[in-house]
Design a protein around this ligand. Structure first.
Ligand code: ADP
Ligand code: 5SP
Length: 473
């Protein structure tokens, strides 16, 4: 079969994989960095995509391409198709007050769960539209269409400037809070309520429905939110939860029923196969380890080595890692805190382990919330950049309380997008094998999650950033 390509336009980088459509074997790859920050000019994603495509040897010989991307980002276009202002990303918390306002306006969390399955927090696109209407009314008024990062890149790959060509898919549409996975339809009045007028919204494609063709004739797949694409790339099945430790921390599971959690912990997303993907996302994940390593003056390997020197439970030290505020639990203004220190645990090794344990405790809470929504979690597929850390692999089963499989390092979001491309090209889901994985089992660390549960409520709000400004990391 022909070659197909998948793209992962993630928060920190753009990755391209070119794959043999017949067996899923990777043929070529490319990568380029994205700028830092929580607001980004979409042109930077386009340049990074071009650079990553070049690094992957070009796409001229590829018969189909599909784009997976970071979810929720608000891309506003004017009536000529030009970008109105830099996109606000999923991890930009400035719309925390707008989220609270919208939740109250509609009659509380249950009204939102009934309308779109999820209770919007600052990450969701609808809250960013309200922020724009309140703080930048001229930009809001110029906004003719609103789309998501993957929609915009697919549209650019199609070589069009016609707003009516914009397309998205169920998985990414379900992160807007103005599309309902329960009804499989937009709730355009919610976008209008937030923005002040009704913007054009991208057509929502089904799995394997084409978004058009590129100027060189490759079929464009529908694309997907990165988490749905990753579930496809990992070939996640019943009983599997995918836990990703990238810029975001994510726990999600493929399900036949849509979630509806009025506590707001579990987001009711759709997946990329026509089913559902209940998901919990945290803001503080791999970068907790990046910044702890920087503080301790070591690299990732050094941090992992230090963490493995300390005993399970870090001698009682607990790091609540809300460095960027937090999304789950919904505390956009929270700060990180360190608890339970004594003369022994006040050490570099204990701090390194507490960082690993703290970020995993947040994800263990996430798995519990998924189970409360009916997900069947028998084993965990651990992915994302930080899954490569030996300390994370060792500590994960001790905190998550389940067998943890770590698939061989690969770009699973981009591979999932390539899977979609092959499916769109032939009309049949490809029968690619599941990736090889190492298995990690270990006893649960006694008392750790209980201590974390106490500590996570003992946090201060940040004082430095004035109301309404982003937390830049
Ligand atoms: N060996 C490692 N140990 C810990 N963290 C790592 C390691 N390798 C990469 N990372 C971190 O993983 C993150 C990138 O993960 P990735 O899943 O690619 O993120 P995203 O998809 O959000 O761009 C970065 O913060 C990086 O520093
Ligand atoms: O907000 C969410 C999911 O709801 C994040 O998962 C984003 O989709 C970004 O993902 P990464 O860049 O960390 O992969």
């Amino acid at each position: 079969m022909a070659l197909v390509a998948g793209v992962d336009s993630s928060t920190q980088a753009c990755k391209v994989v070119v794959v043999d459509g017949a067996d899923g074997r990777t043929v070529r790859t490319g990568r380029a960095a994205h700028p830092d920050g929580t607001e980004v000019d979409p042109e930077a994603w386009w340049s990074a995509l071009q650079e990553a495509i070049r690094a992957a040897g070009g796409l001229d010989d590829v018969a189909a391409v599909s784009v997976g991307g970071q979810q929720h980002g608000m891309v506003c276009l004017d009536e000529d198709g030009a970008v109105v202002r830099p996109a606000l990303l999923w991890n930009d918390t400035r719309s925390g007050d707008a989220a609270a306002e919208l939740v109250a306006e509609l009659g509380g969390p249950a009204a939102w769960t009934e309308a779109v399955g999820s209770v919007p927090v600052a990450s969701f696109t609808v809250t960013k539209l309200r922020w724009l209407a309140t703080h930048e009314p001229a930009a809001a008024a110029r906004t003719a269409a609103v789309c998501l990062p993957h929609d915009w890149l697919t549209w650019r790959l199609g070589g069009t400037t016609d707003l009516t060509d914009l397309a998205t898919d169920r998985s990414d549409a379900s992160g807007t809070s103005y599309w309902s996975p329960l009804e499989d339809a937009y709730r355009p009045e919610l976008a209008e309520r937030a923005l002040g007028h009704a913007p054009l919204l991208p057509r929502v494609l089904g799995p394997a429905e084409s978004a058009g063709t590129t100027p060189w004739g490759a079929v464009l797949g529908p694309g997907a939110g990165d988490n749905a694409a990753s579930a496809l790339g990992l070939r996640a099945g019943p009983g599997d939860a995918v836990v990703s430790i990238g810029t975001s921390g994510v726990a999600c599971a493929v399900s036949d029923v849509a979630a509806a959690d009025s506590t707001g912990t579990v987001a009711s997303f759709a997946d990329a196969t026509g089913r559902f993907l209940p998901l919990v996302a945290t803001l503080n994940a791999a970068q907790v380890l990046d910044s702890t390593a920087r503080l301790l003056g070591v690299d990732h390997a050094g941090l992992s080595g230090l963490a493995l020197e300390a005993p399970p439970g870090s001698g009682g030290a607990v790091l609540v890692p809300y460095f960027a505020g937090e999304r789950t639990p919904n505390r956009p203004r929270a700060t990180a805190s360190l608890h339970g220190l004594d003369a022994t645990s006040w050490s570099r090794a204990h701090l390194a382990r507490a960082a690993v344990e703290g970020l995993l405790c947040g994800l263990a809470d996430a798995l519990e919330a998924l189970e409360e929504q009916g997900a069947d979690v028998r084993r965990v597929l651990l992915t994302g950049g930080a899954a490569a850390s030996p300390a994370v692999q060792d500590v994960a089963p001790r905190v998550l309380g389940r067998t943890v499989l770590v698939p061989a390092p690969d770009e699973y979001v981009a591979r999932g997008a390539a899977y979609q491309a092959a499916w769109t090209l032939t009309g049949t889901p490809p029968d690619w094998p599941a990736p090889p994985a190492s298995t990690h089992e270990a006893p649960v660390t006694p008392g750790l999650r209980q201590r974390y549960a106490v500590a996570r409520d003992l946090v201060l709000e940040r004082v430095d950033a004035p109301h309404g400004s982003p937390v830049d990391r």
